[in-house]
Design a protein around this ligand. Sequence first.
Ligand code: NAD
Ligand code: ADE
Length: 409
Amino acid sequence: MKNTGYLRLDWARSHMPVSANIRETFLKEKPLKGIRIGMALHVEAKTGVFALLLKEGGAEVHMASCNPLSTDDSVVKSLKDDYGMDVHAKKGETEKEYYEYLYRVIDSEPDVIVDDGGDLVKILHTERKDLLKNIIGGNEETTTGVNRLKVMEKTGELKFPMFDVNDASMKHLFDNRYGTGQSALDGIMNATNILIAGKNVTVVGFGYCGKGIAMRMKGMGARVIVSEVDPIKANEALMEGYSVMPLAESLKISDMAVTATGVKSVIPLESMRNAKDGIILSNAGHFDNEIDILSLEKGSTSVEQVRDYVKRYVMKDGRSIYIISDGRLVNLAAGQGHPVEIMDMSFAIQALTAKYLVEKHKELKPAVYSVPEDVDIHVAELRLRSLGVDIDTPTDEQIKYRNSWLEGT
Ligand code: NAD
Ligand code: ADE
């Protein structure tokens, strides 16, 4: 019997047809030959398949996790034992270990960075400036990491080109929306075993992730309430048929709330103090600071682990607040991360963008770059092909019409 991690990698690989197509080219052409890649991603089966794809493309890969709770230890074991991969990650690593593992990846002196959330880039620009000159560039996977990079670009502090993988259509339209929609519910249900139908659920933030969570919660029969700070997003939520109200109001009547904003303390202690007794709070945003758990802990008379992934905080007035996975992103900390086919597309974008970076880095400046449109389109076409779905091609007359401003009728 093969070990669990090996089987999980195998299962993921066999459901990643877009990556399989790219693998054929990578094995033949070795576009990453001689390139050392330092990665910090959620280390689980799909990510393992991606790391192996980069290796198959000729790269030397060194990997750590971008979150202390998202690692699948069985996959780490298989990557090390069966594939000889250099991986530094374990589920439940302490903050000290988390950084120690990132330092180990950085100590490998990478040429290319593949980051998720921006911590590798931060360390390189603060504590390991000596290595900046070696780096030809990198990719960033998620909204929070891209937000950090854009601040660095604006202040002139970014020292190498970084591709905004999140911004690719084949990434955020599917990963953030359908991926988080399905996997956040998977994590919440796995953690709680609670019925969603008939519950009042607040979704905090109606961006790409929030839209996916709201859509799937509604599909499971929840009455969804959206809380937002952006009036345009609030209007979108209303037109989707959700209630919209300030967080402090919605928590008073909600059975659950899920945050997906990428912003700190969007559920502050004050709102928790007035929340419905027994409310279950979780977070799907990148960092664990969206729910102010530190203040909650200080304001509680007791904290108790009541299920594998759930803690109960009892407040001074006797009210209980349940928190899933310490406010770490619920789909990975209490679930299995995004569905395999979703990560197939996100990692296909990553792999082709890494190839593009290696080919074009001499033409790039220290800046945040969009993924080239042909990469996005190529991944979209490969995905359709893998599903056996054909689409139409515009006629020459239609192309001419689209490119003209004189023809109206
Ligand atoms: P987004 O920018 O599309 O949406 C964020 C939304 O939050 C915006 O509409 C913004 O107006 C809203 N917001 C900001 N502050 C708020 C507040 N105080 N109250 C209510 N709403 C507020 O971002 P996104 O792509 O949806 O990503 C959200 C977070 O999820 C990021 O941290 C991102 O990195 C992370 N993410 C997680 C996963 C996952 O697997 N769990 C996947 C993709 C992205
Ligand atoms: N699995 C691996 N990386 C992931 C990510 N960024 N989001 C969700 N699931 C993942």
